[in-house]
Design a protein around this ligand. Structure first.
Ligand code: PLP
Length: 356
């Protein structure tokens, strides 16, 4: 039998979660965000499951090309735009749309032949302070794009910093509206959090990512309460059992010390599989049909779980590191991170099983 770790990707959950996004933004088109290998779920697998989307958004040029080569005819958007003239020329030939967020990219687009008809999303920095034109430069950038003969449709976009939290979106919406006043063009603003919570941001195109994978963008709202289903379940098994005496420590650095006799299960999953090394004692792990927690430091290939109160657990007992019955958001919260980081970190050595 092979090493027992697997990641199951439930493609029907991806399709279901896209429908949840559509139900929240029924009048908008959807760019399904499938950057970073579809948040660890597999680019082409996710695109196939999400083929009802109106478009796909990625960061990696080669991902955009692979989508076209696989026959996806929807809009494909590069969220950081083109990085050089070669990408731009090939992107134009393959009808790949690009975010334009700084002057140098407009200069590059100026070199396109008139027949190129390359679609762009012109980005304003409305407060995230990462990518985008300053609000007072936005109009000038729009005008400069109008002078590029090879540019096709222009959509106005921005990105929210706090759509999931108390500060919300209105402060950025005001800046966006000021920058875009009088420009008659379609708009794309909303990430998952804004798609779910801020209908005034929906406009023409929404850009949900994390929700498609069944993880909640909100720290205080579980994914299940949003009607989302987890797409990825990381499973393994207990491959050994250790009996601890009071005072025994577990793993590197002796991060956990037993105060009473304990039984622990050693699970074939470590940070080289994508499990967070910084997960503290007590990070939730489902063992069989019960929830338990990690003990000791996560190592490269193994982690340990308390099975003292699970007399039926032993070698071969199935474990869910995250996914069904153990939400990735709970594991992330315990480990001081977000579901995004865990899903994206799934390691290449973990065999993936597709489930429908
Ligand atoms: C990643 C990304 C998204 C999707 O964000 P989620 O929080 O995963 O929904 C949307 N827009 C842009 C520009 C992004 O980079």
């Amino acid at each position: 039998m092979p090493r027992p770790i697997t990641a199951t990707i439930d493609v029907s959950a991806l399709a279901h979660n896209l429908e949840v996004a559509r139900a929240h933004a029924p009048h908008a088109k959807v760019f399904a965000v499938i950057k970073a290998n579809a948040y660890g779920h597999g680019l082409l697998r996710a695109a196939q499951a999400l083929r009802a989307a109106d478009g796909f958004a990625v960061v990696e040029f080669d991902a955009a090309v692979r989508l076209r080569e696989a026959g996806f005819a929807q809009r494909i958007l590069l969220l950081e735009g083109f990085f050089d003239g070669r990408e731009m020329a090939e992107g134009a030939a393959r009808r790949i749309a690009a975010v334009v967020h700084r002057r140098g990219q407009i200069a590059m687009l100026g070199g396109l032949p008139a027949g190129a008809r390359l679609d762009v999303l012109l980005k304003v920095n409305s407060g995230m302070n990462r990518l985008g034109f300053a609000p007072e430069e936005f109009r000038g950038a729009y005008a400069a794009l109008q002078d590029c003969p090879g540019v096709g449709k222009v959509t106005l976009m921005t990105h929210f910093a706090d759509a999931d939290a108390a500060r919300g979106v209105d402060w950025q919406m005001e800046t966006f509206e000021r920058a875009a006043a009088g420009i008659a063009a379609p708009r794309s603003l909303a990430n998952s959090a804004a798609t779910l919570r801020h209908p005034q941001t929906h406009f023409d195109w929404v850009r949900p990512g994390i929700m498609l994978y069944g993880s909640s963008p909100f720290a205080e709202v579980p994914a299940a309460a949003l009607g989302l289903r987890p797409a990825m379940t990381l499973r393994s098994e207990i491959i050994a059992v250790c009996e601890l005496r009071p005072g025994d420590t577990v793993g590197y650095g002796g991060l956990f010390r037993a105060e009473r006799p304990m039984r622990i299960g050693i699970v074939a999953c470590g940070y080289a599989d994508g499990y967070p090394r910084h997960a503290p004692n007590g990070t939730p792990v489902r063992v069989g049909d019960r929830l338990s927690g990690t003990v000791g430091r996560v190592s490269m290939d193994k982690l340990c779980v308390d099975i003292s109160t699970l007399p039926g657990a032993g070698v071969g007992t199935p474990v869910v590191l995250w996914g069904e019955g153990n939400p990735v958001d709970d594991v992330a919260q315990a480990a001081g991170t977000v579901g995004y980081e865990l899903l994206c970190a799934l390691a290449a050595r973990v065999p993936v099983i597709e489930q429908s």
